[in-house]
Design a protein around this ligand. Structure first.
Ligand code: AMP
Length: 508
């Protein structure tokens, strides 16, 4: 095994469909880390084959068509979620693997075994670290890992937990658009306001970031962690299923191997339609009729049709852009550059729509697939003791954090786009005579009803002095650190008793 270098911090872009890592060399130059075959991308896929071998990345992707039930992909969409969450159902509808309730946590079935989502992320992180060790000749002990800006506290905690499982210290979580802005702006002495439009495989983020040389200040952020290239693929899959049903009266959606072949080709077709206007969609012998006659899929798809079918997805992204501009109090003329990040932004209609809205084409200033990992590596380098790069990141929370109040309302403690780090104190008291414990449920989201937001956790402050209602004087403190991770503490102002908790996901 390679020698461990705990001082070195690599940058990891842990994506929904693809992951990638980068590192700053001793002279501060950042390199994307290639695998032995030269490829920089590690597909974010984990599988177990019939012999019980665990496979990650390209190896897992290669056997995906033949083993769809035991191939876990896009699991980042499930990280930090509760099994009761409605998004879990929607993922299950399009996934061939089984999602189960693992005692209040999402569990994934794979070859008769069960994995928690952050255990899968841990395996992908381990693979990336191995690739990095191969390249560097030593094992890096620390990493900066990026997450979608629109990730909530639980999801951030889960990524940290994944690192801990494999002994990789995640020294800092930073937001993907912020990382892309670092890749664009470090070392250029800029004074610019950029809008980062980051549409990757599974998530969409938009952030407006002001760059003042080495200061990167996020003015507003927004997004949708259920909008990404996978959704564009799914629209094509549905179109193809309908066409097959109309022609042959057969439903292929219950056949996992056929579905996997369609899904693969749908993605490739979508990508081809970014550079061509029409392409065939053909899969020989996709199924058999009851009397044993083989049937094939044979269609042609045009870019125009793809654009029509996916127009609602593009509209959703553009609406988010409008909201973020409104939150920042800015008009298109106030934005100096629009940067594209994430593979799905190669779709021409997206570039056209942004060019129309901002009156000029988006910038090609960063590599859409590599910018996030490069930014993470730059930030990692700035945290290393031996570097002279100093960066200041001023980020925000993407969604409000608050408490469940009377009538189930969300009582906002920190509003969305509040700068981080941040802290806010709230007075609290006992509502019933003699009450000995005070429980609050903490949520994150922008809905006025607490239940419709994400439950971050429940905080119980026990040992309250028995008093008549309204007489106990408690002070609750909400602190969000630079990574967007929340700690809640409470103290009894009369007795001085203190309690604190980091709202965390379960860990092994
Ligand atoms: P990322 O997570 O940034 O690697 O983005 C991956 C997503 O980008 C996947 O859904 C890909 O299908 C999609 N993608 C990659 N290249 C293209 C392209 N040329 N046109 C449209 N989508 C693309």
């Amino acid at each position: 095994m390679e020698r461990l270098r705990p001082d070195v911090i690599i940058g990891i872009d842990l994506g929904t469909t693809n992951s990638c890592a980068a590192v700053a060399l001793p002279d501060g130059q950042v390199r994307i880390i290639p695998q032995r075959n030269g490829d920089a991308i590690v597909p974010s896929i984990f599988a177990i084959d019939d012999k019980g071998n665990e496979l990650v990345g390209h190896e897992a992707k290669r056997q995906w068509q033949l083993n769809p039930r035991n191939t876990l992909y896009a699991t980042k969409r499930l990280i930090g979620r509760s099994p009761r969450d409605e998004v879990v159902d929607s993922v299950q509808r399009s996934a061939a693997f089984r999602i189960e309730d693992g005692g209040g946590e999402v569990a994934l079935a794979c070859q008769g075994r069960r994995f928690r989502v952050h255990e899968v992320s841990a395996r992908i992180l381990a693979k990336i670290r191995d690739v990095a060790s191969d390249f560097l000749g030593f094992r890096a002990g620390r990493a900066v890992v990026t997450v979608p800006a629109y990730f909530n506290d639980r999801q951030r905690q889960a990524v940290k937990a994944a690192g801990r499982l494999i002994g990789l210290e995640v020294v800092r979580i930073i937001n993907e658009p912020t990382a892309a802005a670092l890749a664009y702006g470090v070392g250029k002495s800029l004074r610019e306001r950029v809008l980062i439009f980051d549409l990757g495989g599974g998530t969409f983020d938009v952030s407006i970031i002001e760059i003042r040389d080495r200061v990167f200040e996020v003015k507003a952020t927004g997004g949708d962690i259920f909008l990404g290239g996978l959704d564009f693929d799914e629209v094509l899959v549905q179109r193809v299923l309908q066409a097959f049903q109309a022609e042959h009266g057969l439903d292929l959606s219950q056949d996992p191997v056929a579905m996997q072949r369609i899904r693969d080709l749908a993605e490739r077709t979508k990508i081809d339609l970014s550079s061509r206007t029409e392409v065939p969609f053909s899969i020989p012998f996709i199924t058999m009729t009851d009397d044993g006659r083989p049937l094939s899929l044979d269609l042609r798809l045009s870019r125009r049709e793809l654009e029509e079918l996916t127009a609602p997805l593009v509209r959703r992204a553009l609406l988010r852009v409008e909201r973020v501009m409104e939150d920042a109090g800015l008009a298109p003329g106030d934005i100096d550059e629009v940067m594209l990040v994430g593979g799905q932004t190669r779709m021409p209609v997206i570039q056209r729509a942004l060019a129309e809205r901002f009156g000029r084409p988006p910038s090609k200033g960063v590599h859409p697939d590599e910018a996030v990992a490069v930014g993470a590596a730059l930030y990692g380098w700035s945290l290393q003791e031996d570097s002279d790069l100093r960066l200041q990141l001023l980020d925000v929370i993407p969604m409000a954090i608050g408490l469940e109040a009377a009538g189930g309302r969300m009582r906002v403690v920190l509003p969305r786009n509040a700068p981080i780090p941040n802290a806010k104190a709230l007075p609290a008291t006992n509502s019933v005579d003699g009450q000995q414990a005070l429980s609050v449920r903490i949520f994150q989201g922008d809905d006025p009803l607490a239940e419709r937001n994400d439950l971050l956790g429940e905080f119980t402050f026990d040992g309250v002095r028995p008093c008549p209602a309204g007489q106990v004087r408690l002070r609750m403190l909400f602190e969000v650190n630079v990574e967007g991770i929340l700690t809640v503490s409470a103290s009894d102002r009369d007795t001085g008793r203190q309690m604190r908790t980091t709202v965390r996901v379960t860990e092994s």
